[in-house]
Design a protein around this ligand. Structure first.
Ligand SMILES: Nc1ncnc2c1ncn2[C@@H]1O[C@H](COP(=O)(O)OP(=O)(O)OP(=O)(O)O)[C@@H](O)[C@H]1O
Length: 270
């Protein structure tokens, strides 16, 4: 089957990023189809975070293009991307510590608010109907994640696993078409990772997901396609089975520690 630009929500073509004399990404291409889960893996220093930062608009590539639904992204600031339907989570959670769980999630609903969610939270430019609707949506999102009972607590008073759920609820409440997840399994227990795998597969009913993750078992369970980076280049792309069978991938991980390799729970493909 031939594919067209319209088949992909997000495309990266020829993306190169240089930091001084270091080439962190070299001519990288990637496509994300609607409703698919795409994993970005590779040994330490391979360029995963750099690519994630380019895709999420944090970093402008030295060369190459990103297209969103066949056109240039509508802006590079996070709120431009959020309004276009691209949401992300952060390795460090990035929750607002002095705002309640509910207000944190309302902040994620920005693209649904006429005046912006911050105007609602701050009371500046407040629209009562918007406020009611957004709070109801945020509460529904918290219910969907099973954490509504914590709506009025500060995030820092919750266990880490629940804080991660708040961050996910904040990313999902704006009903994005693409969710970028930065190491969502880090710091979680095995049981929590099992639950996360179910959630990610559930997300893909409504949105595409791009996942940077060291936890190989999770990547292999949830991804439709995997892009493997090594020294800034794409060395393999395919289904989890294809990537695990690719000798280039095995070789790339040979220099990595055992538990960083994809056949291992926390590392490289088998
Ligand atoms: N801001 C920066 N300035 C200079 N070099 C950088 C910068 N960010 C990343 N690098 C370098 O670019 C390369 C790719 O780094 P990146 O963090 O993207 O890799 P990674 O695959 O995410 O690694 P890890 O799995 O260890 O997080 C590395 O050599 C890193 O040292």
């Amino acid at each position: 089957m031939t594919t067209t630009a319209a088949d992909h929500l997000l495309r990266a073509d020829g993306v190169t990023v240089r930091f001084g004399g270091l080439t962190a990404l070299d001519d990288v291409g990637l496509q994300v189809a609607p409703g698919s889960v795409v994993g970005l893996i590779g040994p330490n220093g391979a360029g995963k975070t750099t690519l994630f930062n380019v895709l999420s608009g944090v970093l402008r590539p030295t060369a190459g293009t990103i297209t969103w639904k066949g056109a240039p992204p509508p802006g590079r600031r996070p709120h431009h991307l959020a309004r276009a339907g691209i949401a992300r989570t952060f390795q460090g959670l990035n929750l607002f510590p002095m705002m309640t769980v509910l207000d944190n999630v309302v902040a994620g609903a920005d693209r649904l608010a006429a005046g912006g969610a911050f105007s609602l939270i701050s009371g500046l430019g407040r629209h009562h109907r918007d406020e009611r609707e957004l709070r109801a949506r945020a509460l529904a999102a918290l219910e969907g994640f099973g954490i509504a009972e914590h709506a009025h607590r500060l995030p820092g008073t919750l266990p880490y696993g629940l804080q991660k759920q708040v961050a996910l609820a904040r990313a999902c409440v704006g009903e994005p078409e693409l969710l970028l997840l930065d190491e969502p399994a880090s710091g979680l227990s095995g049981t929590q990772i099992d639950a996360l795998a179910e959630q990610i597969r559930g997300f893909s009913r409504d949105m595409a997901v791009v996942l940077v993750e060291h936890h190989m078992d999770l990547v292999m369970r949830v991804c439709d396609r995997i892009v493997v980076l090594d020294f800034g280049r794409v060395i393999s792309t395919g289904t989890p089975e294809e990537v695990q069978a690719d000798p280039l991938v095995t070789r790339a991980y040979l220099g990595a520690s055992d538990d960083a390799a994809p056949g291992h729970t926390n590392g490289a493909p088998r």
